[in-house]
Ligand binder design. Structure first.
Ligand SMILES: Cc1ncc(COP(=O)(O)O)c(CN[C@](O)(C(=O)O)[C@@H](O)C(=O)O)c1O
Length: 401
């Protein structure tokens, strides 16, 4: 008999499992609005032109080998990636106060940061927004931290529960870690205004809380890499310390290459050096060193002005298409006279719309309209096209009337 004879069947992942169900559906009108993966107007995944160019350069470069990377990854990738979020003129970079580890995309970078904190930071409580990305609590708990929530989304206004957020963070034990979505909050699409970010920053610094930014959508919220990095840059400008996890899955379309980074902004260069040395001891026994291909693509693009500029154009194109889908969906619901106020569809930003549909309405849309989304009513606008907006609007209309 197998030693695993009694192992239980695990449930599908709440987000990635939606695609599993979608793939099993044979309906010609099925629509996958689950996972946050960009699709073109034709509904196809996309490899950015600038990525294909960079890959061609890599393939044609005879000097490129497949040797191990250092434990903390490709050095110029790390420098360029820290610069992308912190800004080229960041004092933290000029003063050499940033320790960066190339990570396995956003998830891997969050996990390395978590394990580092569990090992070296005195406070093991991390406050995460309510709601947040479904994988966050698992990454932090399994990485050795204990998770608490802070109020974030107000279902009544479908906006930010700013007073609740301030109250909960004010009540946090001093030194506690606070997870902040850098931009394009997942799943709500609701971000603080810059003024609200400044109040959050003051509160966090006055209470000595430790900010941990998760930046998985830089450039996807507004279409501008710099605009979307403002909240992070506000914190770093005050000279305080913070953690930042970055991902190139969405903004460079490198999903399956698993390209990201963890940066720890420290008060001094001396601390950053010692932090960097300890980061190696977290990574080596976990996966030893990160994959070379995706990081080489990113470094090739970021270090070449023409390629970087081309990337920003393609990135804005993706962001603009998503914003266009928001407008088309709102118009389609308005023209159907669908009951309810749907203006949040165009007020929310980033990849997702938090529709406000409840679990049974979601189930109805899957069963009757073959429309797939997460059970919390989140839809990935990147999965929509002008052709499929009417079908989604029909499903939503039927679900709420
Ligand atoms: C806030 C946030 N942080 C980190 C990640 C990790 O991304 P990666 O490890 O691929 O860089 C995601 C991706 N979340 C999804 O887009 C989503 O919520 O659909 C999807 O990719 C996922 O893995 O769930 C995210 O939404």
């Amino acid at each position: 008999e197998s030693v695993f004879a009694n192992i239980a069947q695990a449930p599908e992942d709440p987000i990635l499992g939606v695609t599993v169900a979608y793939n099993k559906d044979t309906s010609p009108v099925k629509l996958n609005l689950g996972v946050g993966a960009y699709r073109t107007e034709e509904g196809k995944p996309v490899v950015l032109n600038v990525v294909r160019k960079a890959e061609q350069m890599l393939v044609n470069d005879p000097s490129r080998v497949k040797e191990y990377l250092p434990i903390l990854g490709l050095a110029d990738f790390n420098k360029l990636t820290a610069k992308l979020i912190l800004g080229a003129d960041s004092p933290a970079i000029q003063e050499d106060r940033v320790a960066t580890a190339q990570g396995l995309s956003g998830t891997g970078s969050l996990r390395v940061g978590t394990e580092f904190l569990a090992r070296h930071y005195h406070e093991h409580t991390i406050y995460i927004p309510q709601p947040t990305w479904g994988n966050h609590p698992k990454v932090f708990t399994l990485g050795g931290l204990s998770v608490k929530s802070y109020r974030y989304y107000d279902p009544a206004t479908r906006g930010l529960d700013f007073q609740g957020l301030l109250k909960d963070l004010s009540a946090a034990s001093s030194g506690a870690i606070v997870l902040l979505h850098a931009c394009a909050h997942n799943p709500t699409g609701v971000d603080p205004t810059l003024e609200q970010w400044e109040q959050i920053r003051q509160l966090i610094r006055s209470k000595g809380l430790l900010p941990f930014f998760d930046s998985a959508y830089q450039g996807f919220a507004s279409g501008s890499l710099d605009a979307d990095a403002q909240p992070v840059r506000m914190f770093v400008a005050d000279g305080g310390e913070c953690f930042i996890a970055q991902s190139y899955a969405k903004n460079m379309g490198l999903y399956g290459e698993r390209v990201g980074a963890l940066s720890i902004v420290c008060k001094t260069a001396d601390v950053a050096k010692r932090v960097e040395s300890q980061l190696k001891l977290v990574v080596r026994p976990m996966y030893s060193n990160p994959p070379i291909h995706g990081a080489s693509i990113v470094a090739t693009i970021l270090k070449d002005k023409a390629l970087y500029d081309e990337w920003t154009v393609e990135l804005k194109g993706m962001a603009d298409r998503i914003i266009n889908m928001r407008k088309q969906l709102l118009d389609a619901l308005t023209s159907r006279g669908t009951p309810g106020d749907w203006s949040h569809i165009v007020k929310q930003i980033g990849m997702f719309t938090f529709t406000g549909l409840n679990a049974e309405q979601v189930k109805f849309m899957t069963e009757k309209y073959h429309i797939y989304m997460t059970s919390d009513g989140r839809i990935s606008m990147a999965g929509l096209s002008s052709q499929t907006v009417p079908h989604l609007a029909d499903g939503m209309h039927a679900a709420v009337t």
